[in-house]
Design a protein around this ligand. Structure first.
Ligand code: GTP
Ligand code: GTP
Ligand code: MG
Ligand code: MG
Lengths: 292, 278
């Protein structure tokens, strides 16, 4: 863990006698390793470390009795702050339905998250509807329908359409017709570098003018996290991030990286495969995890 | 990436950043750069281009493996078991491997042993019909091991050369799910009279350091004879496999480069090293 690495550094330094300002670099080296091993993006890690150095020097950490503990406290507070302390707050539409679009890379967990969101919203007293706008993946529509049935939530689907924008438009109309107050759109996984598919997503957004555009990202994502988040954000103006598969043992540096580079709030984390496995994001808990 | 001509400390810093940004584990980056410095000294390399080429060769060398070929059993059917964490690309990879085998004139049975996830069987059925493979399936919620057993029995009875078994995605940290996978392995062994011919870990190319944890756990519980790295048509460079190869010695068999049945390439260490250093 980082705590033991830092105390190891302190132990070594203390043997050499009085600590000096340049000894801060020894701590920073351990922090860099910890962040990279946690999948924090390199550029984000460098910025973060620069900030830690600033505070370590400014707060005369070297003069403290236990500089390793002091540095750890600084890191924890900076991390928690960066991860964001905003509570989960949806952008409810003044005129229903509130429209939520889920997007992201292939296999990131969008379809399952759509169902999980519906369950969460129902607990908040909402009456959601799901829309199957992935017309590309084999049995994607069936997958959402099966999930919808399992959580007693209507699913708008068109098995014959090849036009996701048209399905989206009709889903919204149907949603209003049935007096459902939230529409959750599942979309096909796509690469952030796939121009036609990113354009398709932008077209869905133009058509629906959604209240929320949420990137569903795999919490095990490595160094490409910032590239992925930045491209989706610049094309769509994301309103938030959801990280799936946090029930594994990934350290989750992608969470810090995507949050840092977009400034968008982390709304939820997926904690399992079941439709009730979705939790509002808790920055403090995640900060601990990233530090190992 | 390397515009400068001379070989200096800045060059090595740039290379360190490039490897790190490719998801190569920290310890492995250090070890690679150490070997590289040795090469630069021994071969008296003076030009950044030569150093770049040496680095590519260093990476390729670490990944090259004679066992990257797909195994073929002496006694049919050859059984390939696919497993890995959720959403890695197992089901789609099976469609791709089936297509590849059928293009070689083989007959293939797909075993729909993901009996858990919504529409998993539907998804594999569509792939089976698209590539022209047969499928053995059961009711959703059924015993996955029984599906694999039935598929092997059918293949033996009808002289079909290959069984490709799909399994449900699972986190390697979930003991009960890992025991379920282990049971699938044991039942396969019972049906076949030997272990599955390939135990293939499917790994999402976007994954960071957790890829190594996944490989460790699946290797510990099941044994892993090969890795398939998917989604390399995206921007990730898959450097975590250098960590897997270094600590576990598992060869990479294929890479996935898209969502169509033809989007599968046999692993090529030089191409992989080239792409990693992009
Ligand atoms: N363990 C775990 N599995 C998850 C979580 N979220 C989703 N999954 C699983 O991840 C896999 C992929 O989920 P999907 O919902 O199909 O992903 P997707 O983004 O819709 O995939 P595409 O439509 O192909 O892009 C499935 O096996 C899900 O059950 C999570 O939080 N934890
Ligand atoms: N771009 C790209 N997408 C891929 C590749 N391989 C698989 N996919 C996509 O990734 C998504 C998930 O693929 P699946 O085959 O369903 O993954 P899985 O491991 O079977 O998922 P679970 O069974 O839910 O655990 C699908 O949208 C696939 O089309 C690849 O090499 N490149
Ligand atoms: Mg989906
Ligand atoms: Mg599957």
């Amino acid at each position: 863990s980082l705590a033991s690495a830092l105390s190891g550094v302190f132990g070594r330094l203390r043997k050499r006698g009085r600590l000096s300002e340049s000894d801060v670099d020894e701590f920073l080296r351990e922090i860099r390793i910890a962040l990279l091993e946690a999948d924090v993006n390199l550029a984000v890690a460098k910025q973060f470390i620069a900030r830690i150095r600033e505070r370590a020097v400014g707060e005369h950490v070297i003069e403290s009795l236990t500089p390793d503990q002091t540095v750890l406290t600084i890191i924890h507070s900076e991390l928690t702050q960066l991860l964001g302390s905003e509570p989960v707050r949806f952008n409810w539409s003044p005129s229903p339905p509130t429209v939520i679009v889920l997007c992201g890379l292939q296999g990131s967990g969008k379809t399952t998250t759509a169902a999980k969101l519906a369950v969460w919203l129902k607990k908040q007293g909402k009456s959601p509807m799901l829309a199957a706008c992935d017309l590309q993946r084999p049995a994607a529509i069936t997958q959402l329908k099966v999930l919808g049935d399992s959580i007693e939530t209507p699913v708008f689907a068109d098995f014959d359409s090849k036009d996701p924008v048209s399905v989206a438009r009709r889903a919204k109309q149907e949603c209003s017709r049935l007096f459902r107050d939230v529409l959750i759109l599942d979309t096909a996984g796509r690469l952030q570098i796939d121009e036609p598919l990113m354009q398709e997503l932008a077209a869905i957004k133009t058509e629906l003018r959604p209240d929320e555009v949420l990137l569903v990202a795999d919490s095990t994502t490595g160094q490409e996290s910032t590239q992925i988040a930045e491209r989706f954000d610049e094309r769509l103006s994301l309103t938030g991030l959801i990280f799936s598969k946090t029930d594994g043992d990934t350290r989750g540096g992608a969470v810090l990286s995507m949050r840092a580079v977009t400034g968008k709030p982390v709304r939820f984390v997926g904690i399992g495969e079941q439709t009730d496995a979705l939790e509002p994001f808790i920055p403090d808990r995640f900060a601990q995890r990233i530090l190992g | 990436m390397l515009g400068r001509g001379i070989v200096d400390e800045q060059l090595f810093d740039d290379l360190e950043d490039a490897l790190t940004s490719a998801d190569v584990p920290v310890r492995v980056v250090d070890s690679i750069l150490e070997s590289l410095r040795e090469r630069v000294r021994a071969d008296r390399l003076r030009d950044a281009e030569d150093v770049r080429r040496a680095l590519k060769e260093e990476i390729a060398e670490r990944l090259r493996d004679a066992r990257s070929q797909l195994r073929r059993a002496e006694t049919a059917p050859t059984v390939l078991l696919f497993f890995g964490v959720n959403g890695a690309g197992k089901t789609t990879t099976i469609a791709k491997v089936a297509q590849m085998l059928m293009e070689r004139g083989e007959r293939v049975i797909l075993a729909a042993a993901d009996t858990f996830r919504a529409a998993a069987i539907d998804q594999l059925e569509i792939w089976a019909s698209r590539v022209g493979a047969e499928i053995v399936r059961a009711q959703p919620g059924g015993d996955p091991a029984a599906v694999v057993f039935d598929a092997i029995t059918a293949a033996k009875a009808r002289g079909i050369g290959y069984v490709l078994a799909d399994t449900a995605g699972r986190q390697h940290t979930k003991t009960s799910l890992m025991s379920e996978l282990e049971k699938i392995g044991r039942v396969t062994e019972k049906a076949l009279g030997r272990k599955a011919d390939e135990l293939l870990l499917v790994l999402d190319g976007n994954t960071g350091q957790n890829a190594i944890r996944q490989a460790e756990e699946f290797a510990r519980v099941m044994g892993v004879t090969g890795v398939v790295v998917t989604k390399l048509d995206g921007t990730p460079r898959g450097g975590a496999v250098l960590g897997i190869k270094q600590s576990l010695g598992i060869p990479i068999k294929f890479i996935g480069i898209g969502e169509k049945p033809s989007d599968l390439k046999p692993f090529d260490a030089d191409e992989f090293a080239e792409a990693l250093m992009e």
